[in-house]
Every structure is written in C-alpha cells, then in structure tokens.
Ligand binder design. Structure first.
Ligand SMILES: [Zn+2]
Length: 429
C-alpha cells in the first residue's frame, strides 16, 4: 500500500504487512461541540486502521485530546477544566456514534504533563530551548531542517503567537507558558514555575510516550502542517528522534451551498449532522472525496450521499448474482493506491448494480457500513397494508390497490414484485 506523504511530497510505500503501522492523528481542542470538519481526521484514521487490519497489518491508532489551550480558557473563564471535560465527553459520544469503533488510545494533554515537562527539559539541556521569565521557547535557529515539512522560508516564519520580548528570535515558539492568573484557571508545577505546556509540545510528547521515538504515520488536517506539525518535527528531530515516517494530511471540509453560507456561524456539528442525516449518510459523504482533497459540505451534497446510501442498501433486496473473487482485488487496488475512496465507492456501486452482494457486504464493512446489508424488518402495520394490497390486486380492485400503495409510501415502504410471484417490502429510496 502507498500513501501520499507531505514531507517528501511523494507517494510512499508502507512497510510490508504485518508492519506494525503505528498512527498518531491529531485530535480536537475541546471547548465546544466539534464541527463536522473535525470528524474527517477521525474517520480517515479509523478507516485506514480498518483497511490495514483487513489486509494483515498490525495497525494502531492514537488520537489525542487537546484539553489545555487558550481557546478553552477564553470559552470558560474560571471554569475551563469543567468545560474541557464536558467537551471531551461530547467528542467521544459524537465520534462513537459514527459507528466505526474507537481509536486504541485517546491521550489527554492534562494527563501527560509530566512527560511534556521531561521532554522540554531534554530540549533545554541539548541547547534547543531556553527558559525566559517563566516561559520556555524552542530555539528555531538551532534546528537546520526547520521549514522542510511546510516549505516555509526561514526568514518568513510567523508562529501566530503573541509577540514576546522574552524570545531570542521572533521565530521561536513556546514550549511552556508561565501561568497568567487573570485569565488562566489551571496550571501545573514545573522547573520553570507554575504554568502550562504549549500546544505543539503536547503532541511530540504524547506520540513518543505511546510509540517511542519512531512511528509510521502522523495524520491531521492540512491546516496543521504549519506551525503545529512543523514544530512537532523540530522538537522531536532536534533530539535525534526519527519521529513520524509519513505525514498524512487530510483535506479540509468546506461549508458550501446557499443555505450553509447564510446560516448563522456557517457550521454544522458532528452531532447535528448525524441527527439530521444518519451516520451512514455521513460516512458515505466522506467516501465521496479523496482523503487529501477538500470536501464540500452542503444540504445538496448530503442529499446525494443519502441517495447513494439508499442505492447501496436497496441492492440487498435484489437476488444475489454469482460471486467473483477477482472483483475484490479491483477494490483492494483502489485503497492500496493512496486510499482512493471515490474509486472504491464506484466499485461498491458496481457490485450493488450487478448483485455481487457478498463482495458488497465485505466492502461496506471496511467503512463501518455493514449495517446497510441488514434487511429492515417491516413493522406489522406495514405488512398488514401490504397483505391487503396483494388481495386487492388479486381481485383486480385497482382503486383500493393504488390507495394502499400510497399509504405504504407515506410510511416509507414500497412493494417490489418478485419474478417468481409474491413481493418483497423495501424501504423507499
Ligand atoms: Zn497535534
């Protein structure tokens, strides 16, 4: 299998199975209900793990929770820890409801402060960081490869941090920040006094705490390439740790369409999207674009995803055709080639239209969609209406038959005639 790597700007072959393939995907900063775009790295990470395991790999996924951050202090002055804990629960609930299972580990920054402090101490000892006024900064000039991941020109680096007279060089970034009692209601003790870690060091420390100094894949949104991931590379490689071998950045979700661009705040949360469209439509939606490309979210694109879901589900009401094992290799080839889910989805539709139901069931299961293969049992009210309609038709009472057909449709069901006689009840697409 090969995947696109941001660092080398090329497709990189994964080590042969069974690997291991250790994956660290940056998770959310927890201060509100996460928006649907935040679900993308989660979904991509879980699908990659699923596919790798299905092809004989020992694959693990770590997805961190950033529960120490300025955004949390800003959102809940005086109660930031409570908000972070609540928003963590929301995120776990909402992602669990996608029905893909959960990552192997979900480390939290608040539970990793000791490792983070230790990491910073090593950087200071090695001359790659310095303490100043209770803060600690990474010395960018000390790391020759700085800017390689993101392609930043060293003289144009903007960290996006508040300017600080304590920095030796404006390009330097914070590893540790002294506590500001007026705005920050949580802090930890450290060799540099009370304070809290910077965002970037959290991920270097948590990834290495779990995987050690080298692992195969680091994922996250394209918006994290700079400064977050550039700084992770600098922190870890400055200490001589190889760190991530492949940098897998997912494309961003864009809110488009007339309704979305007019709606307040122009966002939809994971929760709202699952509640409105159902988890299967959400997953099919994510399948429609390559993981590296932007994906457009709007009522129109979600309607299209829901229609595709119905087509895939309704395939299971048709008679199964012969089983062609060679078909599976065509499907596998799409995913092994940079995890091309739109191409894989096209194969699933092909199987649906030709009745290759065993292959379809197996393919859907890779993406957490095996539930589409479970035939819905019609409720008693529906089967009773269907029986009456069958009788009306047998008596050639077409008026009653049409009325009952409409009543069934109003309940979301239709009767499909079987070639051998009789009928099957299927959910209306
Ligand atoms: Zn991160």
């Amino acid at each position: 299998m090969r995947l696109y790597d941001t660092y080398s700007r090329s497709l990189v072959e994964l080590p042969a199975a069974p690997g291991p393939i250790r994956m660290y995907f940056c998770g959310p900063t927890v201060y509100a209900r996460a928006h649907i775009g935040n679900a993308r790295p989660f979904v991509v990470g879980m699908w990659l793990r699923s596919w790798l395991r299905a092809t004989g790999y020992d694959a693990q996924l770590v997805h961190n929770i950033t529960d120490i951050n300025d955004k949390i202090y800003d959102a809940a002055p005086g109660a930031s820890a409570e908000l972070a804990a609540r928003a963590t629960e929301w995120y776990l609930e909402d992602t669990r409801d996608l029905g893909l299972g959960m990552p192997d580990r979900l480390p939290k920054a608040t539970e990793s402060v000791a490792q983070i402090v230790h990491f910073i101490e090593e950087l200071v000892e090695a001359g790659h960081a310095y303490a100043a006024g209770g803060d600690v900064y990474f010395r960018v000039a000390s790391f020759a490869d700085y800017g390689r991941l993101s392609g930043q020109k060293p003289d144009q680096v903007e960290q996006g941090e508040e300017p600080s007279a304590l920095k030796e060089d404006p390009r330097d970034f914070a590893l540790w920040k002294a506590n500001k009692p007026a705005t920050e209601d949580t802090w930890w003790d450290s060799p540099w006094g009370r304070g809290r870690p910077g965002w970037h060091i959290e991920c270097s420390a948590m990834a290495e705490e779990i995987f050690g100094p080298v692992f195969e894949i680091h994922g996250g949104g394209l918006d994290l390439v700079f400064p977050h991931h550039e700084n992770e590379v600098a922190q870890s490689r400055a200490l001589g740790h190889p760190f991530a071998q492949i940098w897998a950045h997912n494309g961003m979700l864009r809110f488009t369409g007339e309704k979305m661009s007019k709606s307040v705040g122009n966002v939809a949360t994971i929760r709202e999207t699952i509640d409105e469209w159902g988890r299967e439509a959400v997953l099919v939606f994510f399948l429609t674009a390559s993981w590296r490309k932007p994906i457009d979210f709007s009522p129109e694109t979600m309607e299209q995803a829901a229609a595709r879901r119905d087509t895939l589900r309704n395939a299971f009401t048709l008679a199964a055709a012969g089983h062609d094992e060679a078909g599976w290799s065509a499907f596998a080839a799409t995913l092994d080639d940079d995890f091309d889910t739109p191409a894989a989805l096209a194969v699933l539709h092909e199987w649906a239209s030709t009745g290759q139901l065993e292959l379809l069931r197996r393919g859907l299961a890779i993406f957490g969609l095996e539930s589409l293969a479970e035939r819905d049992e019609a409720p008693a009210e529906v089967t009773a209406l269907a029986e009456r309609r069958a009788e009306a038709r047998a008596e050639r009472d077409f008026e009653t038959s049409d009325r009952l057909r409409d009543e069934l449709a109003a309940l979301g069901w239709q009767m499909r005639d079987e070639p051998a006689g009789g009928y099957t009840l299927v959910r209306d697409a």
